[in-house]
Design a protein around this ligand. Structure first.
Ligand SMILES: [Ca+2]
Ligand SMILES: [Ca+2]
Length: 419
């Protein structure tokens, strides 16, 4: 028997209170219509009144349309539906948690993205690499220097090196002393710029590095949370990985490697430990001045040559959500201690927990609909007479918290809606 009445909140509809014969009823956070959980309509009876509800008795039935309740108090019957508000919500998805195993776990704890042949991700002109990261300084003790290949001794986040000086060129992003380093090399000369803002502070940060081709060379920039963190001049020319290039390191050279030093060349080239999410690579320098960082996952556009949401949440395929979709990767999971990269629900886009909708018989003949926590007008109460007729409208009795409605409605559908 459920003992505390009914509750519904967007993304997680449930009967409050675990009954003695089984768990509470839940839906996944994507909304009200979770076939896996709703194959069998479930009927439960209420028993005693309990706070915060004051039902004398009643029953609730969960089916694909939501939670139907019927309450009886002092001879007054209230019946209706409480529905999920699925509008306006984004699933938080997943991220990848790397553990920096690097050379101690060769070819593991990383994502490998093949560059051969004709992969759009293989940028070489003007480009932008941006992503979200969250890392602790204590787990990332590498150091970097400005100039030449100064980035390669940091905790490597993106490694598009080629072994040695290489032809065409190479590039990489690393972290030294908790600051970002971005270096490129065109086969003739290279440079690394180093930022000043601490990014390894165990908070999520949006990071963008850009290479902008200009007359006679290029301009390199690092942005942290939309603010310019470092800028310098770099070499010109095509620094992509040349299609058909021969190599003595076929398992590392022709890849863009995320979260690790790609060649496992030695402990002096450490790997990244921390979270990464929402990686977008573009074939333009998207930012040349400060900008407002994104607050939601990227939508691909024509300049998006690779986009990794890391929302798979399981297994080893890393999908590319760019228009071409032609640059997928593979998760190489493993390493001693805690293996990585592990799928994580820690993501940069935090959707505040949706409110919980409560129904309380206030006085005989009236029912109060209210929700917690107070949400101002971020969520409003809407109603409709039936799912088959009419449409959702702001509740005529009022749509801000709380709303008192006659309990005599034979059937009424309510939802909390996020405008
Ligand atoms: Ca190199
Ligand atoms: Ca994600």
């Amino acid at each position: 028997m459920f003992e505390t009445g009914t509750g519904t909140r967007a993304g997680n509809l449930r009967l409050d209170g675990v009954n003695s014969r089984g768990p509470s009823i839940g839906l996944d956070r994507r909304g009200c219509h979770s076939p896996a959980r709703l194959r069998s309509p479930t009927r439960r009876e209420f028993s005693r009144p309990e706070r915060p509800t004051r039902f004398a008795r009643g029953r609730a039935r969960l089916d694909a349309r939501g939670l139907r309740f019927r309450l009886i108090s002092r001879g007054v019957v209230a019946a209706g539906w409480l529905l999920c508000a699925a509008s306006g919500l984004l699933a938080n998805g997943t991220s990848l948690r790397f553990y920096g195993h690097g050379v101690s776990a060769p070819d593991l704890d990383r994502v490998k993205i093949p560059l051969q042949t004709n992969r759009p991700v293989d940028v070489g002109g003007s480009f932008t690499v941006e992503f979200w990261m969250k890392a602790a300084l204590g787990e990332n003790t590498g150091t970097v220097t400005t100039g030449n290949d100064g980035w390669i001794t940091g905790n490597i986040i993106f490694d598009r090196d080629v072994y040695g000086g290489g032809d065409y060129g190479d590039w990489g992003i690393a972290m030294g002393g908790g600051r970002l380093a971005f270096g490129i090399h065109n086969g003739s000369w290279g440079t690394t710029i180093v930022g000043t803002n601490l990014v390894a502070d165990s908070q999520w940060h949006h990071v963008a590095v850009t290479r902008q081709l200009v007359s006679g060379g290029s301009v390199l920039r690092i942005f942290v949370d939309g603010v310019l963190d470092a800028q310098g001049s770099g070499p010109g020319g095509d620094i992509s990985y040349r299609d058909g290039r021969a190599t003595a390191w076929p398992n590392s050279d022709p890849y863009l490697v995320v979260g690790a030093e790609k060649h496992d060349a030695g402990p002096e080239y450490p790997s990244y430990s921390g979270w990464l999410d929402e990686v977008r690579i573009s074939n333009v320098a998207r930012y040349t001045n400060n900008f407002t960082p994104p607050t939601s996952p990227f939508t691909p556009d024509a300049a998006t040559v690779a986009l990794y949401h890391f929302d798979e949440g399981a297994d080893d395929t890393i999908g590319d959500a760019s228009p071409s979709g032609a640059s997928p990767g593979v998760r190489r999971f493993g390493g001693g201690g805690t293996p990585g990269p592990a799928w994580s629900t820690d993501t940069p886009f935090v959707t505040p927990a949706p409110p919980t909708l409560h129904a309380t018989l206030s006085t005989a003949g009236w029912i109060t609909l209210w929700w917690t926590p107070p949400t101002g007008t971020n969520w409003i109460l809407q109603e409709r007479p039936s799912l088959s007729t009419g449409s959702w409208t702001n509740s005529p009795s009022g749509w801000t918290n709380p709303v008192t409605v006659p309990a005599a409605f034979p059937e009424k559908l309510y939802r909390l809606f996020k405008p």
